[in-house]
Design a protein around this ligand. Structure first.
Ligand SMILES: Cc1cc2nc3c(=O)[nH]c(=O)nc-3n(C[C@H](O)[C@H](O)[C@H](O)COP(=O)(O)O)c2cc1C
Ligand code: SF4
Length: 420
């Protein structure tokens, strides 16, 4: 398989700071086409394309638009919002940054089209504060889009108006979670809200809100130009299109690669990332970042799409692939992941606030106890399962993924090694 670039098609080819370059490459043609089409037909096309959210959850992008467009306001003054999730906090994930720095107009164009489909009157890009270059590029791109009539009042004479603002996040992993993100945007502490209601019904300031990831939005212009049937032919039956994978760790050429969904893990590691460095053997890859799963060598031929991975109790998540060579320690990696969760836990609910500390304690016991580690490994599993059932939000429900997969595939190693 070779790279197939949709979200990254202009990256490295055009000057991202010049809207003229983007337009010369066909930019904003999709917006022109969409604005001449009734919003419900645009939504239908996106549903038919099979595009699913690239932020991690994989929900149908078209259906989310349909629900948001149909949502009635509960407050007297009604305004639909659109929010682009550019928080990108998942360890090992750096795909959105490449789009924002390398071709910011692409996802902005997708965002304006998405906003039009739900009738949003105002949009925001919520971006992590450390992404200085991306922030600068986005501000420039928004200003030139306004100057060319692609944003603002009566866009391209269509009668539709939208402006987009930028909100900076404070580098909290949890603030990438959509409901916590909304709290943060409203100026409150980054604590999650209870679902339902979902953002489509009651989102920003209580209004129906469409939230999409940068990569998701960047796929929309190509769908509008080429049609749903073209898009559906890419990828696999239920995971259509292309996906950006970010490969890091013990590979010769770490980086980002956009390929059709369904590429195998082996192809990603050996064809795209050059194989394992220093002549070592592959041991495992952590798929989906900290909220992800370990896969062993026996699963190198798994197809990287939502269904195939789910069938094997693994996750695609944000597309992060963190590769570990034969001499890396699973116990060290688990410890580092649990330290991350302990640090990022917002402390609102007991199972996660206390549970993340307990998981770290158990990992230390597993490392220290030279005799029988089995009870501690079982307790680690049990504790993470309890957290998955009782925690208030997905953060506390996530440690079970890494722990379960590590114990399933590497129990013997966990019993024999110590933290270094
Ligand atoms: C703890 C946590 C962190 C998340 N961080 C991000 C993030 O940084 N960027 C993102 O797009 N989605 C993130 N998500 C997923 C969002 O909640 C949401 O599903 C996504 O923004 C929806 O957009 P999509 O449908 O285009 O994928 C996170 C979810 C959780 C539980
Ligand atoms: S699960 Fe963790 S992050 Fe989520 S509300 Fe509870 S303490 Fe906060």
């Amino acid at each position: 398989m070779i790279e197939h670039r949709i979200s990254l098609r202009n990256v490295g080819k055009i000057n991202p700071a010049r809207i003229e370059d983007y337009m010369a490459a066909g930019g904003y043609e999709a917006l022109k086409k969409a604005l001449q089409t009734p919003p419900e037909n645009v939504i239908y096309e996106i549903i038919q394309s099979g595009l699913r959210g690239r932020g991690g959850a994989g929900f149908s992008t078209g259906l989310k638009k349909k629900f948001t467009s149909e949502a009635a306001c509960v407050l007297l003054e009604c305004m639909h919002y659109i929010v682009c999730n550019a928080d990108e906090g998942e360890p090992g994930t750096f795909k959105d940054r490449i789009i924002m720095e390398g071709d910011p107009h692409l996802f902005i164009e997708g965002m304006v089209i998405a906003a039009y489909t739900v009738g949003a009157g105002k949009g925001y890009i919520y971006i992590r504060g450390e992404y200085h270059k991306s922030i600068e590029m986005i501000h420039k791109a928004l200003a030139s889009a306004r100057a060319h009539g692609f944003l603002g009042n009566n866009i391209l004479g269509s009668g539709y108006s939208l402006d987009i603002g930028v909100k900076l996040g404070g580098s909290s992993y949890l603030c990438g979670e959509e409901l916590t993100l909304l709290e943060s945007m409203e100026g409150k502490r980054g604590h999650p809200r209870i679902k339902p209601p979902f953002p489509a019904e009651r989102g920003l300031f209580g209004m129906p809100t469409l939230i999409n990831n940068v990569e998701t939005l960047s796929q929309i212009p190509a769908i509008i130009i080429n049609g749903a049937d073209w898009y559906k032919r890419l990828g696999t039956e239920k995971s259509a299109g292309t996906k950006i994978f970010t490969i890091s760790g013990d590979v010769k050429s770490p980086g980002y690669f956009e390929v059709e969904m369904g590429v195998t893990l082996r192809e990603l590691i050996y064809n795209f990332a050059g194989g394992i460095k220093d002549g070592k053997r592959f041991k495992t890859a952590l798929l989906g970042g900290a909220a992800g799963t370990f896969v062993p060598e026996a699963m190198l031929d798994v197809r990287m799409d939502f269904e195939d991975l789910q069938e094997k109790d693994a996750v695609l998540g944000s597309g992060a692939v963190i590769v570990m060579a034969e001499d890396q320690s699973i116990l060290n990696m688990l410890h580092s992941i649990m330290r991350f969760f302990e640090h990022e836990s917002c402390g609102k609910c007991v199972p996660c606030r206390v549970g993340t500390k307990h998981l770290l304690m158990l990992l230390n016991k597993i490392s220290n106890n030279g005799q029988n580690k089995r009870p501690h490994i079982d307790a680690l599993l049990h504790q993470s399962e309890i957290m998955a059932k009782t925690s208030l939000c997905p953060l506390g429900q996530s440690p079970v993924l890494a722990i379960k997969s590590a114990v399933r595939h590497f129990r013997k190693e966990l019993q024999e090694t110590q933290l270094t």
